[in-house]
Design a protein around this ligand. Structure first.
Ligand code: G1P
Ligand code: ZN
Length: 544
């Protein structure tokens, strides 16, 4: 007979619902009762678990295994009928979404701090996904946050650790814990979308891909599918072994943190295609020879050619992009005659649109792209989509992107991050901007006329929920845009994100460097937001 043990909870401000789940330094999560109190708050808010199934896994970062054991004991005390846990405690974010959906679970807990560095001094994180496989909506995260302020008792069963390294079924009280293959369900979903034979022929013909898994959880997935099933040569996937500290890397697939991939993609001997995925394998970077694809362009190219891929042969219902993502996909959607939705930053806002069948493809400028096949962004899915397109069009990456520019114009794009700002200063900067909004339309800045300015608010077309204060947008007469918002995922101070987009439809200027083309936009942002004054910085800490 298994006993339920009750211990006092600690009350803490879990995290105001931000972009995705609770993210803190590992040391914070290691405090006795901290993780437990958060999980208890979640379980207190969720309905009765009798007869229900929970999915559990993480990106394998430092503290993953310990946290898995704690949550298993608590899930048993909550009374779940079944818990599916990925072997080794592993599930990438998109794979967790696939498992939740395919196995009819009521939800899942994913342990990840995404692309944030890991290890004893790095970050840890936890998020809850609902039955559709997607991130919890704000109403639920608000409720969990409120509960963290008053949670009283932590309940867990008394039981030894569950062995996680072989597929087995273990009973914890009345709960059946099943260790499952972390790749199988996910691979099955991808097989249903893409032309695996065409991709096999592509690799057989000598096509070379360098897939950098950044020592994170994407490695085993990429190896099984690219090398195992599609016949890519062994060694195609590099940094394939997931490490608890990501080998000291910052597993964020952008040109700054994936600099090694960018180096391999330049010069004469470069492979045909480069790609990278992040800590939990939901982000992606796509690179051609000497050519980096911006995520906004990637979404537009995938939308433009979707019908060439089996899973989207019948066309797409619509598209969505986060507000700061460039408007490239808007023009493609208009040409296809499908709807285009603009949502706040964060994947959770796509969930309702996908569930309602209003959209098929969606993406964010932050290297996230995905579709209706799961309810998370999906790094390897994006890589296979590009491979499938290359296989069936015979065109390589750069011509595919230039073809899209030729049809629709180019959105020259860049994001400037100012990290580690004192929170009060970051807030003062945003407040200063918000105060000017009404006076901006019609004003000239750096020779450009402002057409509209607002603090983005979103009304969900499906459930009518309203999200305000999602970032300041300044739109210029020619369609160029400046967006400023504070990050909701950082763990140190505040991060200001400045998004710059310039619309260019003069093909003779497509060759120009983005930084050259965006100079006036940068000066306009400085003039409006006084970034130097509030951050004390002369330059951004990261430019992507
Ligand atoms: C960042 C990205 C956002 C993404 C989120 C989770 O959030 O900007 O697009 O959904 O990470 O991967 P932020 O730190 O900007 O709030
Ligand atoms: Zn991620």
């Amino acid at each position: 007979m298994i006993r339920i043990h009750t211990q006092p909870a600690i009350r803490f401000e879990g995290q105001r619902p931000g972009t995705s789940g609770l993210r803190k330094k590992v040391g914070v999560f290691q405090q006795p009762g901290y993780l437990e109190s958060f999980v208890q708050s979640l379980f207190d808010v969720l309905p009765d678990a009798t007869g229900k199934t929970l999915v559990l896994g993480g990106d394998g970062r430092f503290h993953n295994r310990e946290a898995i054991q704690v949550i298993l004991r608590m899930a048993a005390a909550k009374g779940y009928a079944r818990v599916f846990v990925g072997r080794g405690g592993i599930l990438s974010t998109p794979a967790a979404s696939a498992v939740i959906r395919r196995r009819g679970a009521s939800g899942g807990i994913v342990l990840s701090a995404s692309h944030n560095p890991g290890g004893p001094d790095g970050d840890f994180g936890i998020k809850y996904n609902i039955a559709n496989g997607g991130p919890a909506p704000e109403s639920l995260t608000e409720a969990v946050h409120a509960r963290t302020l008053e949670v009283e008792a932590i309940q867990c069963v008394e039981a030894p650790d569950v062995p996680l390294d072989s597929d087995a079924v273990v009973r914890l009280g009345a709960t059946s814990v099943e260790v499952i293959d972390p790749v199988a369900d996910y691979a099955e979903v991808l097989r249903g979308l893409f032309d695996f034979d065409a991709m096999r022929r592509l690799f057989a013909s000598g096509f070379r891909l360098r897939m950098d898994a950044m020592c994170a959880v994407g490695g085993p997935y990429a190896k099984a599918i690219l090398e195992g099933e599609l016949g890519a040569p062994v060694g195609t996937v590099v940094n394939a072994q997931p490490l608890e500290d990501f080998g000291g890397m910052h597993p964020d697939p952008n040109p700054v943190h994936a600099a090694d991939l960018i180096r391999h993609m330049s010069g004469p001997g470069a492979p045909d295609m480069g790609a990278a995925t992040d800590g939990d394998a939901d982000r992606n970077l796509i690179v051609g020879r000497n050519f980096v694809v911006t995520p906004s362009d990637s979404l537009a190219v995938l939308a433009m050619h979707a019908r060439k891929v089996p899973g989207y042969r019948d066309g797409i219902a619509g598209v969505a992009r986060s507000m700061p993502t460039s408007t490239a996909v808007d023009r493609v959607a208009a040409a296809l005659g499908v709807a285009c939705f603009e949502t706040p930053t964060g994947w959770k806002f796509f969930g309702n649109l996908l569930d309602a069948g209003l959209i098929t493809l969606c993406g964010e400028e932050s290297y996230g792209t995905g579709s209706s096949h799961v309810r998370e962004k999906d790094g390897l899915w994006a890589v296979l989509f590009w491979l499938n397109l290359i296989a069936v069009t015979g065109e390589s990456i750069e011509p595919l992107v230039r073809g899209m520019w030729r049809e629709y114009g180019r959105c020259v794009y860049s994001r400037h991050d100012y990290e580690g700002i004192a929170t009060a200063d970051a807030q003062a900067l945003m407040a200063g901007l918000r105060d000017q909004l009404d006076a901006l339309p019609g004003r000239e800045v750096q020779g450009m006329r402002i057409a509209a300015a607002d603090d983005f608010a979103y009304i969900d077309p499906v459930d009518g929920s309203v999200s305000r204060g999602q970032g300041v947008r300044v739109v210029f007469a020619d369609g160029s845009r400046l967006v400023l918002r504070l990050s909701g995922t950082g763990t140190e101070g505040s991060t200001l994100r400045l998004y710059l987009e310039r619309f260019e439809n003069d093909a003779s200027r497509y060759g120009m460097d983005a930084s050259e083309q965006l100079g006036a936009m940068v000066r306009a942002a400085e003039e409006l937001a006084q970034i130097r004054r509030w951050t004390g910085m002369d330059a951004p800490t990261v430019v992507t």
